[in-house]
Design a protein around this ligand. Sequence first.
Ligand SMILES: [Zn+2]
Length: 420
Amino acid sequence: MDNIRRGNRQLIKELNRTFVVNTILKYEPISRTKIAELTELSLSTVSNIVASLIEKGLVQETGEDKSKGGRKPIMLELNPRIGLAIGIKIGLDGIVAALVNLKGTVLYQISRSIPPKKDKKNVIKSVVEVIRNLVKEARIDFGHVIGCGIGVSGLVDSSCGALIYSAILGWKNIQFKKLLEKEFNIPVFVDKDVNALALGERRYGAARGINNFVCITIGTGIGAGIILNGEIYHGNSGGAGELGHTIIDKNGPLCYCGKHGCLETFSSESFIIKEAKKALIKGEKTLIKNLLNNNDLDNLSVSTIIEAAYKGDTIAKNIFEQAGKNLGIGISNFINIVDPEMILMEGRGMEAGKFILRPMQKAIKENSLLKKDIKIFSSRLGKKGWVIGAAELVLKEIFKAPIFKSKKKDKIRSTVAQWV
Ligand SMILES: [Zn+2]
């Protein structure tokens, strides 16, 4: 019985410390009084925990709160130098890896192309090389790395940290977590790239503090990261958020997923390029032709079509209008099902700006039953959001309450136990 009581006391102590750390992480800079108020712990308990966190170097005092009159409380924040997370984004554009501190600041970043052969040995080999080079080039002691988060395009089983399948990359069954943890002996977390991006935006970006929102990316494909009640919604098998493959016209063109009329076939980059090529082949008068080098249709890119639109080209503007309208129809369906507070947009498709956003917003207004005036924002973190979000996969696990941690995560607990 005594052992159980001792065990419970220890657990309560550990939980209280985790609540305090999480509250600082979420609201920093924050005073001791405010922490006590938010956690409903007594001020003396909070002060004791904070004193031990300061002694261990995890928390630091940042000065006085200038906003209030009277006696000014000392503000606290996490010490961003205590540990670094590696955030990696893997997609058609390549492998981008960054060292990110506890404040979500990218300290160093490198990238390389993805392996030319669709060979899983090469995939892991490339990621291992990228991690080694990143740490070496940044001149960081590997001991300061608290974990690695990977955001990858495709269907991911985040519980075992494996990529199940990626139609865009052409890969199947890549055990990132298992193989990289063996190689580096640090905790590794894997999720769909857009889920990681959504997490990053929630902690540091445009969706800070928002509990229900959807982050939509428009690029080679169209994906959605869904945050419900502050957590990523993965669905039953990790497949939630396949917005690009919702069917908007059963008789539409064949999609690479094998179905007909997916939203992607009506609004992704390939749709935009296909429509521009059609206009060029028909011989329509468009600036795209003048901007295209040697009339080389195979090298036609979305950025050329964007450039033409900004120069006033009607054909280019009409293509984005159509893509935006289709996108708005697809997003309306999504809004009706998920009822988010906010929609965040990211990806190369967004470089077309108003040409795609205005018709999209109009279509949402016309077709959505709920939230006709829903908040639609661009990602605040920009391209860096992908790696910051991947690093956040590590940070969110590390600061989780111990009671929610499984035995499998003992390695993380031991990492954190050094500080908390
Ligand atoms: Zn499809």
